[in-house]
Write a protein that binds this ligand. Structure first.
Ligand code: TMP
Length: 206
């Protein structure tokens, strides 16, 4: 049965590595998997990603940022996520709307009601079956992100912004615990992969 899984966390939490690891486990169990990411996942949505992450030039106002994220999401859902789920594949997406609640809602302080309205308009009933949250202190994650090279527009935000992102995610975990699997991303890679493996086994046993 098709499943929509999303991976969330602050900067440098190891989302892409976790995504690759989960995909290899699911593929080895004989499942078809689509890997994708947000913002992005289609040519148009990737163009919007460039605009959103560009640290130079005109800075989008908060509402423009939010609408660009949902514009990219609408395109991504229609062109990639829904077709893959309709084909019976598993979709593992690096970030989705939980990131909007954590970054634009929690960290930028935008109205949660507005985000919820856009979520309903753009997604209809589509929600992740499970969200993997790779949780770690922002100073550890930003250190890793800085080691990767030039920082994007979000990575240049102050530490307090990232504390609010983290609290935003953890606040959602408290209100909807069944939706999330929280993994301590400050442990070593083997520890994270062991937990991911258990999670994947659990899905297949369902
Ligand atoms: P990435 O670092 O995971 O590639 O994501 C790009 C940035 O986009 C990251 O700093 C978080 C930000 N973002 C939001 O602010 N809101 C969103 O809804 C999404 C999907 C990403």
């Amino acid at each position: 049965m098709a499943r929509f899984i999303t991976i969330e966390g602050g900067e440098g939490a190891g989302k892409s590595t976790a995504q690759q690891f989960l995909a290899s486990k699911l593929i080895s169990m004989g499942l078809s998997v689509t890997l994708t990411r947000e913002p992005g996942g289609t040519p148009l949505a990737e163009e919007l990603r460039q605009t959103l992450l560009n640290p130079h030039g005109e800075v989008p106002v908060e509402m423009a940022e939010l609408l660009l994220l949902f514009a990219a999401r609408a395109q991504h859902i229609a062109e990639v996520i829904k077709p893959a789920l309709d084909r019976g594949e598993w979709v593992i997406c690096d970030r989705f709307t939980d990131a909007t609640y954590a970054y634009q809602g929690g960290a930028r302080g935008m109205s949660v009601e507005v985000i919820t309205q856009l979520e309903k308009m753009v997604q209809g009933a589509l929600q992740p079956h499970q969200v993997i949250l790779l949780d770690l202190p922002p100073e550890v994650g930003l250190e890793r992100a800085r080691a990767r090279g030039e920082l994007d527009r979000f990575e240049r935000e102050p530490m307090a912004f990232y504390e609010r992102v983290r609290s935003g995610y953890l606040g959602r975990v408290r209100t909807m615990p069944d939706r999330y699997t929280v993994i301590d991303a400050s442990q070593d890679l083997q520890g994270v992969e062991d937990q991911l493996e258990c999670v994947a086994q659990g899905w297949l046993a369902e």
